[in-house]
Design a protein around this ligand. Structure first.
Ligand code: NAD
Length: 361
């Protein structure tokens, strides 16, 4: 690993290890107030995560279903009915002093609009991945948050997982020698009619949603921006489920240092989530790599057999993530995974689709 990469990995590992200490030391301070926007699967998990946090709290809700989901979650988390907002009432969050930040848990194509509108209200933004559906939208979001002087962080929860941090530490310590190559993937199945299978809401196929995990991990570990892409897309299921986005993608990329990577993702395959990291003198494998808990790290490093299974339970990655974001806001610190990181992932995703001859933007 060259000096730049070593320094980057070191900084990331240190940043991540600060997260739990903040959670413990901040009990006396007022928690950061979050309004989740869109109360679907991921916001549900995020709300549970904040309930387990001492530095983050749910203080308002933004939903298209105020009487059903709104009132249900308000009762669960002790939120006054007056702090339930519809999407049309979103701008009223500006008057709510208990809301410091929004958590964007909406379909991908809505991230940009709701981030820009939050920034205009002076609210900080923790936005789910993918940051947006194009690099142009990412730039709009970065500009809006910079102009409003609010923090913008993309929710790459894996970066807070202790098993991942341990693996990165092994690499940083030279345990597998020079990094040489990666193989990674994330494969799942989406049912017909899912918003993820539409261009309008998903923005593209599985790379945006799940392929982004190995992509972001490789960028995060190396500190390098990939180039030299090859890619293929394929759809074998002709039932109409994949009328708008491809079923599966495989791609390769080369990093400026010469490290090579081979990755895949799918919305129509039952497969694992994994990342293999091959070094000149050892290797690491995460499998499952990108799940909410139970990350399993194996390999051979510094002459030792590695076998670690994460013990934290859902929603702990999200609690660590929320704590870290709260720390950034409180200390006026730029989040490690700010808008620029989301933008770089989108630039890579656009390059992958271009290489496959199936551009998304
Ligand atoms: P979901 O379908 O469960 O929830 C989406 C929410 O948006 C729902 O509450 C829905 O009512 C609302 N919504 C508002 N307008 C909508 C519209 N026009 N069409 C559809 N829904 C609309 O989705 P999800 O799985 O929670 O994903 C939301 C975001 O979170 C996505 O960007 C996804 O990539 C991301 N995500 C991240 C993780 C992670 O582990 N970090 C996991 C899952 C999803």
């Amino acid at each position: 690993m060259n000096r730049r990469n070593f320094a980057k990995v070191s900084a990331l590992a240190l940043a991540s290890t600060r997260v739990p200490s903040f959670a413990q030391s901040s009990a006396a301070e007022k928690p950061l107030g979050f309004a989740p926007v869109g109360l679907g699967t991921i916001s549900n998990i995020f709300m549970r995560a904040c309930a387990a946090s001492r530095s983050a709290k749910i203080t308002a809700l933004v939903t298209g279903h105020p009487e059903e989901k709104g009132e249900k979650y308000a009762a669960m988390y002790g939120i006054p009915k007056s702090s339930i907002y519809t999407y049309e009432e979103y701008e009223r969050l500006a008057e709510n002093k208990d809301v410091d930040a929004v958590y964007i848990g909406l379909p991908n194509s809505m991230h940009c609009e709701y981030t820009v509108r939050a920034a205009k209200m002076g609210k900080h933004v923790l936005c789910e991945k993918p940051m947006a559906i194009s690099s142009a939208q990412c730039r709009t979001m970065i500009d809006a948050c910079q102009q409003a002087n609010v923090k913008l962080m993309i929710a790459y929860r894996i970066q807070y997982d202790p098993t991942w941090i341990q693996g990165i530490q092994i690499i940083k310590d030279g345990g597998i020698g020079e990094l040489e190559s990666f193989q990674g993937g994330f494969f799942n199945r989406q049912p017909a009619g899912a918003w993820r299978l539409t261009r309008k809401l998903g923005g593209g196929g599985s790379v945006l949603d799940v392929g982004i995990y190995p992509l972001n991990a490789i960028r995060h570990i190396t500190g390098e921006e990939p180039a030299n892409y090859t890619a293929v897309v394929a759809t074998r299921d002709h039932s109409g489920r994949f009328a708008q986005v491809e079923q599966s993608v495989e791609w390769t990329m080369k990093l400026p240092s010469g490290i090579i990577a081979s990755c895949g993702s799918s919305y129509g395959q039952d497969g694992p989530s994994f990342l293999i990291i091959n070094g000149s003198n050892g290797y690491l494998q995460f499998e499952p790599a990108f799940m909410y808990d139970g990350i399993h790290l194996t390999g051979h490093a510094a002459g030792k057999v590695i076998d670690v299974v994460g013990t934290g339970k859902l929603p702990f990655q999200f609690t660590l993530e929320a704590d870290y974001f709260a720390e950034c806001v409180r200390n006026n610190k730029q989040p490690e995974s700010g808008g620029e990181e989301g933008l770089k992932d989108l630039l890579a995703i656009e390059a992958i689709y271009r290489a496959a001859g199936a551009p998304i933007a």
